[in-house]
Write a protein that binds this ligand. Structure first.
Ligand code: SF4
Length: 418
């Protein structure tokens, strides 16, 4: 298997993704050329719905990083960032985007013509430290851009109280004022309700699609998880809803016909932490011995439901909760979420990606693996790698661990049948 590989996509609908990704980046460039204000922002906050409702163009530098990794363009950005003094221990998303914006942004080798320069920069504050720092660095790089910094509190999901939501709602109103003053456009509340309803529908469809992974054999696996692109960049649009409907229809049909994504599903696997964007093909590696990834931690981030009748409050709550569900969550809560997913999806084994440059999501993995073993009898394996940086991944080491792990699970299953 190659050191860098794409995953094999079995769903016809998931194969549309390349067109959707290219279409989104074309739209970003077209917007800039036509004078539509372009704003750079972190994903997982309510800013995207407000942007689409006001006819503004949202751009997500964090999301561009996996695109760079998949196209093999990230290494030159890492080198540029490291030459500026940024440590290779820092988050791969941060190093990629810092190196990218300080290189030729539209030069040869940059995927999809790169990103259009920002007219506005939004920093929402709710995420981890690197997620915030990316935007502070961008403010220095693009000094002509108008800057909005939301003062969102970082609160664990289980500790969010009414006063947090009220404060976050007031920050969303301050954000709307900023956009209206900066762009001269007015937010139409009726249009915002429509956009929030579309966003909510996308979340509902997402949950429905994920629920079909409980079927055995599973009709959709982690190899197709790139479909989350629409949950990051297209929230609140018909494009996202219509695409997810096509995925749902195909997945439902396959589930009811007993058609697995992998013909010979023998071992149901759970993936913890962010995928290896530079080598999505490793999801397929386990398939030769019947291993199929039917659940993962990351996909829980897109399950938040919104209330179109109270759109601003809903988006404030989304901004408070999205990041904490993934990276700012207590270890106890994460343990609870992983154990629940492993029960719900009838998991036989868990693969923990020990992610070198993402400390927030890697913290507590040993405790979670122990709980899986002690409470559910589910074995785990640790894979040392990085979500962005292929230099931190050894294929030989990965194969040795993965093969031994699959052997243990298959042996247990054989013994269980004897
Ligand atoms: S959660 Fe991890 S991957 Fe995401 S921005 Fe923070 S450090 Fe980077």
């Amino acid at each position: 298997m190659a050191k860098t590989g794409k995953s094999v996509k079995r769903l016809a609908s998931a194969r549309e993704l390349a067109t959707l990704v290219a279409g989104y980046y074309e739209e970003c460039h077209r917007a800039k050329a036509e004078g539509v204000p372009v704003g750079w922002m972190p994903p997982m906050n309510g800013g995207i719905e407000i942007f689409y409702a006001m006819g503004l163009q949202p751009v997500f530098p964090e999301n561009f990083s996996p695109v760079c990794a998949a196209f093999g363009a990230a290494l030159s950005h890492f080198e540029a960032a490291e030459a500026m003094g940024y440590s290779s221990d820092l988050c791969g998303y941060l190093r990629n985007i810092v190196g990218y914006v300080h290189s030729d942004m539209h030069g040869p080798g940059v995927p999809l013509q790169g990103l259009p320069e920002p007219d506005m920069i939004m920093s929402f504050g709710g995420g981890c430290v690197p997620a915030m720092k990316i935007f502070h660095i961008l403010e220095h790089r693009f000094q002509g851009a108008a800057v909005f910094r939301a003062d969102m509190p970082q609160v664990a999901v289980e500790e969010i109280r009414e006063h947090h939501v009220e404060y976050a709602t007031s920050e969303m109103h301050r954000f709307i004022d900023f956009l209206e003053r900066t762009t001269g456009r007015k937010l139409d509340m009726e249009r915002l309700r429509e956009v929030v309803a579309l966003s909510d529908e996308a979340c509902r469809l997402w949950d429905e699609i994920m629920s079909y992974r409980r079927f055995s054999p599973a009709p959709i696996t982690a190899s197709e998880i790139g479909i989350m692109f629409v949950m990051v960049t297209r929230q609140g649009t018909k494009t996202a809803v219509e695409f997810l409907e096509r995925v749902r229809d195909e997945v439902a049909q396959r589930a009811h016909k007993g058609m697995g994504a992998v013909e010979d599903e023998r071992v149901r696997l759970f993936w913890d932490n962010i995928p290896l964007w530079h080598n999505m093909g490793i999801f397929n590696y386990f398939e030769s011995s019947g291993g199929v990834f039917v659940a993962e931690t990351y996909s829980a981030a897109w399950s938040l439901r919104l209330d179109p009748d109270d759109p601003v409050r809903s988006l404030a709550l989304k901004s408070l909760m999205s990041y904490p569900l993934v990276s700012c969550v207590s270890i106890d809560r994460r343990k609870e979420m992983v154990l629940k997913a492993c029960r719900d999806y009838a998991i036989d084994g868990a693969v923990f990606h020990r992610n070198r440059s993402c400390v927030p999501i890697s913290l507590g993995q040993e405790d979670i693996a122990r709980a899986l073993d002690e409470e559910l009898g589910i074995p785990s394996v640790f894979i040392d790698a990085d979500h962005m940086d292929s230099r931190s991944f050894s294929m030989a080491q990965f194969q040795a661990r993965a093969d031994a792990f699959m052997e243990i699970i298959l042996e247990r299953k054989r013994a269980g049948r004897a």
